[in-house]
Unconditional design. Structure first.
Ligand SMILES: *Cc1c(COP(=O)(O)O)cnc(C)c1O
Length: 228
């Protein structure tokens, strides 16, 4: 047995099918319509040549963590596959807001007033208006991005004042804890604020995010293999 993943042996098409089956099965078990859960392929650290097989297999929803990395890979791919939906799922610095607004079709990591301001200015300048989700930091982890649950109402009010479209919530639960508690909490927050976009669940825990109401799950490792 080897612990290193041989990139050549990762069959992305097969992994996509397998993951899709697991999504469908988790949805059915939870009494949900399988089409109500979308698979976002997370391609941080995945080079263009390994993204293409996912595109060829029909995958169109993608997530990237870093503006700079995404800027190198996606403009060319978007020309070849115009119906790609590319989401930013990593922390965004205000000085990259304009680049992010130009490249991404949605930004899922709005988490603070200064960023709302920068995004509004970038949208004004570029004329592009990618929809936003608020990233929520449910466990108050200092090293992690995300808005505290109690700060959501003020951030939403500010977004509304700036004319920003916020349509959902996303979260990454704390490592080493039962994620279900956090998935349920995010679902409750979404309900309280009238959102039906709920991005939660990754390779290791998506099957427990689906019964809690996830509408998007973000999968990297299970599709592309371990990151180096
Ligand atoms: C890397 C990443 C993922 C994918 O994680 P896997 O465990 O590889 O599936 C999902 N969401 C965010 C925010 C990430 O940074």
């Amino acid at each position: 047995m080897t612990t290193k993943i041989n990139k050549q042996r990762v069959n992305i098409r097969e992994n996509l099918q397998l993951t899709q089956k697991r999504i469908e099965s988790a949805a059915r078990t939870a009494g949900r319509d399988p089409h109500s859960v979308r698979l976002m392929a997370v391609t941080k650290g995945v080079e263009e040549a390994r993204i293409v097989p996912a595109l060829e297999a029909g995958q169109r929803l993608f997530g990237e963590n870093y503006v700079q990395e995404a800027s190198g890979k996606w403009p060319g791919l978007k020309t070849r596959y115009p119906d790609i939906q590319l989401h930013l799922i990593g922390a965004l610095q205000t000085n990259k807001a304009k680049d992010a607004v130009m490249l991404f079709d949605a930004i899922d990591t709005l988490d603070r007033p200064a960023l709302a301001q920068a995004l509004a200015a970038a949208m004004q300048k570029t004329g592009r208006r990618p929809p936003l989700s608020i990233e929520v930091n449910l466990a108050g982890e200092a090293q992690k991005p995300g808005c505290a649950p109690a700060a959501i109402p003020a951030l939403l009010q500010q977004a509304e004042n700036l004319g920003l479209v916020v349509r959902g919530l996303m979260t990454v639960p704390p490592a080493g804890k039962n994620p279900e508690v956090y998935f349920k909490e995010l679902a409750n927050l979404a309900r309280a604020h009238g959102f039906n976009h709920l991005s939660m669940g990754m390779s290791g825990d998506f099957e427990s995010a689906i019964p809690c109401g996830a509408t998007v799950i973000r999968i990297g490792t299970a599709l592309f293999g371990a990151r180096h």
